[in-house]
Design a protein around this ligand. Structure first.
Ligand code: IVH
Length: 459
């Protein structure tokens, strides 16, 4: 979408606009607004989609402020997809319900090589292919965030929704518009597409999630159990300004529906899944192709010539999942050819041409022996669970923070309970829940200290 020469041009234009005299000499204000919009869109793409900014945050802010000032002076020049129009001022009272253009199904699950071999056999049977031959598959991350469904019409983002029940979701357009990785306009018409429905996932990067939780803990707000909960909560917030502060990013991984301006279905014009993903990438979307692999340079996606290659790639990823900046719960394997996908068809629950390869859960159950209260330097009290030591994803877990009183109460944790502990990614272990069905009556309610006695050492 941005050829190297266009990138150079936009970079140079940005530098000119940043020079102190720039706006003074510009005659045509509407041209200037357009220019500023264009360079800001380019820098949003560099920063939020490519992870490769070419100007500093400060310079970006300067350009943004120039555009804001010009638009304030000439409100008639404001367009709905100007970079300044991402955060709306209106609060959403109740989320409206919207019907998806095509049903958003689930995925079937697999857990090991045998399951994947069975899937491959089934695909060949459905496609009436030679048992000994090979099918081409695309493998990509299974993002663990909140599902989003976007509709573009006439090259403009017109609607965004949650998955909901698969047929109908909640309208979250105002919140999605605040994500700078989501283009407000994209040139689908260049490919003859008049209206298109895209599916993807909104995610919070693991390091940003840790920061959000730390800030919430310091403010004595309830912390989020995992990045997924923080993301799905953000998608449904009433105030788009608050949603924008959660640092959500959107990855688009599927083109579910595409029609031309005569309403003809043209989805099969894109012959393969990887072709449609490359198309989305070239239109400025963040896709599984985004450069966010592992330290070992394991790419995030792979087009595999056989199920053997698929298995090798999935098993490899299981080992390196922690190095990926976003939370994953597996990989998704998709038949690459759209024609073969159509031959495989669907059940009422999932497409028969795709399957999730689920990573091994990093959960374990153990006993909550006791709760201790630690007093920090500032006097803040943090309850800490003392667990019967349990091995979990390579480490032995025996102490886990319980954050605050509200956390203990919300989870109804009692001393002596069996508890479910999880370690997600690099995120420190946490207690998911207690298992009240295993109680024998000897469990004790946790008493939170009303006062804390400071023991002042005297030497
Ligand atoms: S394809 C028609 N690809 O997994 C099937 N789904 O169980 C469309 N998910 O909530 C799904 N990453 O949001 C697909 N690369 C990926 C995915 C993915 C995450 C989620 C999806 C849905 C669930 C399906």
């Amino acid at each position: 979408m941005y050829s190297p020469s266009l990138q150079r041009q936009l970079y140079e234009r940005s530098k000119k606009l940043l020079s102190p005299q720039a706006t003074l000499f510009e005659g045509d204000q509407s041209r200037l607004v357009e220019d500023l919009q264009q360079v800001l869109r380019f820098h949003e793409w560099k920063y939020y989609v490519q992870n490769d900014p070419v100007i500093s945050d400060f310079e970006y802010d300067q350009l943004y402020k120039q555009l804001e000032a010009l638009e304030a002076a000439h409100p008639d020049l404001i367009t709905p997809d100007s970079p300044t129009q991402r955060v709306g001022k209106d609060l959403t009272e109740n989320l409206a319900q919207v019907a998806h253009l095509t049903p958003m199904l689930s995925l079937d699950n697999s857990y090991d090589a045998e399951d994947l071999n069975d899937f491959d056999e089934q695909v060949k049977k459905l496609c009436k292919l030679d048992k000994e031959g090979d099918v081409e598959y695309c493998v990509e991350p299974k993002y663990d965030g909140g599902t989003i469904v976007l509709v573009y019409e006439n090259d403009r983002l017109v609607r965004a929704a949650t998955r909901g029940n698969g047929a109908v979701g909640d309208d979250i357009t105002a919140n999605i518009r605040t994500l700078r990785s989501v283009p407000l306009q994209a040139e689908f018409s260049k490919y003859g597409i008049h209206k298109v429905e895209l599916r993807g996932e909104a995610l919070i990067r693991k390091d940003i999630f840790e920061k959000i939780n730390k800030a919430r803990q310091e403010a004595n707000d309830q912390i989020f159990a995992n990045p997924r909960n923080a993301a799905t909560g953000a998608l449904r917030m009433k105030d788009p300004k608050e949603a924008a502060e959660r640092g959500l990013e959107a990855f688009l991984y599927q083109m579910g529906y595409a029609v031309d301006n005569q309403d003809n279905n043209i989805i099969e014009r894109f012959h393969s899944h990887d072709e449609s993903i490359h198309l989305l990438e070239s239109l400025g979307f963040k896709t599984p192709l985004a450069n966010a692999g592992t330290r070992q340079h394991l790419p995030a996606t792979k087009t595999c010539g056989s199920i053997r290659e698929v298995i090798e790639f999935c098993v490899n990823w299981q080992e390196y999942r922690d190095e990926y900046p976003y939370e994953l719960d597996g990989m998704v394997v998709k038949v690459n050819s759209i024609e073969l996908q159509e031959r495989c068809g669907y059940t009422s629950h999932h497409p028969r041409w795709a399957i999730a390869f689920k990573f091994k859960a990093r959960q374990a159950t153990t006993r909550l022996r006791d709760v201790e209260f630690q007093v920090g330097k500032t006097g803040a009290v943090t309850p800490v669970a003392k667990l019967e030591p349990v091995p979990l994803a390579g480490v032995t877990v025996s102490n886990v923070s319980l954050h605050n009183e509200e956390f203990i109460r919300a989870k109804d944790l009692r001393i002596g309970d069996q508890v479910l502990v999880e370690r997600a990614g690099d995120v420190i272990p946490y207690i998911v829940k207690s298992l009240p069905e295993l109680r024998d009556g000897s469990e004790q309610v946790v008493h939170y200290p009303k006062t804390v006695r400071f023991v002042i050492p005297c030497w």
